[in-house]
Write a protein that binds this ligand. Structure first.
Ligand SMILES: CC(=O)SCCNC(=O)CCNC(=O)[C@H](O)C(C)(C)COP(=O)(O)OP(=O)(O)OC[C@H]1O[C@@H](n2cnc3c(N)ncnc32)[C@H](O)[C@@H]1OP(=O)(O)O
Ligand SMILES: CC(C)C(=O)C(=O)O
Length: 519
């Protein structure tokens, strides 16, 4: 038996407070829908008094909510609380969250004495409780608040009817042992401490937000406040994906669980990164591009033999399809063999040894060796040169069509040029290739995979062609999407030509025999 820990997501409130992370009304509704869908217990949908837009978003999320409790934040005054209630009351399960800074530094802001603040807390929680059964109190900057006063604020809030008591580490100052002790002590020593749920809300200023949240749970907290991708003020909040997966992966040691469907983590992480404009760092725990990627030979060999050697969770646990074995200068023979097999090349040991030498040479020159590079490496073995090569491309596009393409190709060593039109720049470029190299292959797939960030953004394009049941896929990357598309198209055509020419699947070339089982 493990204890349930409630997951309180504040991506739409604290997360949106990250400078530049503002989301539109529609985006907030979409993210709230995804959070609700993945089993998040409480969604803090916004700060209704902050603006008409925030109010409208919280109200709309409340109306659309299905299973999650919908919460709004309000300062410790009646006007904020009333506005919050107006927004959240539409939810099947509404919550009012009210707070004030209780540390000495924060008491000085509204210039309240301890007694005046205590009275304010009593009045505000009582008022909120008269509106809503589910009231959360936060003593902001709790971890820097004097113990006696913190205990007093918590007891007042409990006596006034708060059902959840949040102990925020507002500036990310605390450390795990202190975090656990503080919650343990509050539960044990506060009047009514065992009748409410204690929550933890940690910031990541010192990189300890996840550790502090989990320690608070060890201390007795049963609600973790967090955000997707750890979005939030300054260095961010506790990352939802980290605490959810930590409890799941370590369930044998930590007797806690959440209700979140971890398989939905990747999808929401990507969506939040897109709508907030905050890309996820490559080595971010759980959701980073490299979280399930392995480049070094010893790791790759281990992964191929038993994934548990270098992974404590499977990519499928978070909604990814597979582990990625990235080919680079640290990769070994086992990974190369496996990758080539995936690409359709089955090599004997001596053949692999030969290819491996050239692979290492290439890897020394390139950061990452892509599948295309490996195919090119194998085709060198095969002594097959591309019959079609792109020499130059010039495309004119814009609002007034038709778009035109001027292309120069080298086909079997002879330079040829054509000018064509099309429905858009990519279509006109593809028509130009076809004008010079006639074929009856059908375009099955055209996909712009990824565009990296920045002014030198790279478009990675895939093109799949089908001819008489033979399928060939071409890929290319370029800072110009039309050039990437045309190169991918030509790449697919070249592969199709090779496939046309191959009659038997097994053959011997230059002493290296391999089996091309297609893509
Ligand atoms: C740690 C956290 O994340 S706290 C939440 C932070 N989130 C936000 O601030 C949400 C966005 N905020 C806003 O849109 C605006 O600040 C508003 C609408 C809330 C208030 O705007 P304004 O009335 O113009 O006040 P302003 O932002 O300049 O200053 C904050 C005021 O709130 C008061 N205040 C701050 N926290 C609290 C609180 N918890 N309870 C009561 N009053 C508070 C301050 O004393 C100050 O009051 P004053 O103007 O009388 O000195
Ligand atoms: C309002 C509270 C919960 C907060 O965001 C903080 O203290 O960081």
């Amino acid at each position: 038996m493990t204890d349930r820990v409630l997951i309180f997501d504040t991506t739409l409130r604290d997360g949106e407070q990250s400078p530049g992370a503002t989301m539109t009304h529609a985006e907030k509704l979409e993210i709230a829908g995804m959070l609700d869908d993945m089993g998040v217990d409480i969604i803090e949908a916004g700060f209704p008094i902050a603006s008409e837009g925030d109010f409208a978003a919280v109200a709309a999320i409340a109306k659309a909510s299905r299973n999650s409790t919908i919460c709004g934040l309000s300062r410790a005054n009646f006007k904020d609380i009333d506005r919050c209630w107006e927004a959240v009351k539409h939810a099947a399960k509404p919550r009012i969250h009210t707070f004030i800074g209780t540390s000495e530094l924060h008491r000085a802001i509204p210039n309240l004495t301890m007694d005046q603040m205590a009275e304010r807390i009593h009045d505000c929680v009582t008022h909120a409780r008269n509106l809503c059964e589910d009231v959360q109190w936060s003593s902001m900057d709790a971890t820097r608040t004097e113990w006696d006063f913190l205990k007093r604020t918590v007891e007042i809030a409990i006596a006034a009817g708060a059902t959840t008591i949040n102990i925020p580490d507002t500036v990310g100052y605390t450390a795990p042992v202190e975090s656990a002790d503080l919650i343990r002590r509050l539960i044990a020593e506060c009047e009514g401490g065992t009748d409410v749920i204690f929550a933890t809300h940690c910031h990541n200023d010192l990189g300890m937000a996840t550790a502090n949240s989990l320690a608070a749970v060890e201390g007795g907290a049963r609600q973790i406040e967090c955000t997707i991708n750890g979005l939030g003020e300054r260095a961010g909040n506790t990352a939802l994906e980290e605490v959810v997966m930590a409890m799941k992966v370590r369930s044998d040691i930590m007797p806690f669980h959440s209700n979140v469907d971890s398989k939905k983590i990747m999808a929401i992480s990507r969506r939040v990164a897109t709508v907030s404009g905050f890309p996820v760092q490559f080595n971010k725990a759980i959701v980073g591009k490299n979280a399930f990627a392995h480049e070094s030979g010893i790791h790759q060999d281990g992964m191929l033999k038993n994934a548990e050697t270098f992974e404590i969770m499977r990519p499928t646990d978070v909604g990814l399809t597979e582990t990625s074995l990235v080919m680079g200068k640290h990769s070994g023979r086992a990974a190369l063999r496996s990758k080539l097999l995936e690409l359709g090349y089955e090599l004997a040991d001596n053949q692999l040894a030969d290819v491996f030498v050239r692979f290492k040479e290439l890897a020394d020159r390139k950061k990452e060796v892509f599948e295309d590079d490996l195919v090119a490496l194998m085709r060198q073995n095969d002594a097959v040169e591309d019959r079609i090569k792109l020499k130059s491309l010039r495309v004119v596009c814009g609002t007034d069509g038709p778009q035109t393409a001027d292309i120069v190709l080298t086909i079997d060593g002879v330079e040829k040029s054509a000018s064509t039109t099309g429905d858009g720049p990519v279509d006109s470029a593809f028509n130009a290739v076809k004008a010079l190299f006639d074929h009856k292959a059908r375009l099955q797939l055209y996909q712009v995979h990824a565009v990296t960030e920045g002014t030198d953004a790279q478009a990675t394009v895939s093109v799949r062609l089908e001819e008489d049941g033979r399928i060939a896929t071409g890929q290319s990357a370029d800072t110009d999407t039309v050039v990437a598309s045309t190169k991918a198209y030509i790449n697919a055509l070249n592969r199709l030509i090779v496939r046309r020419e191959k009659t038997a699947p097994d053959h011997d070339t230059k002493g290296v025999s391999y089996k091309d089982v297609g893509q």
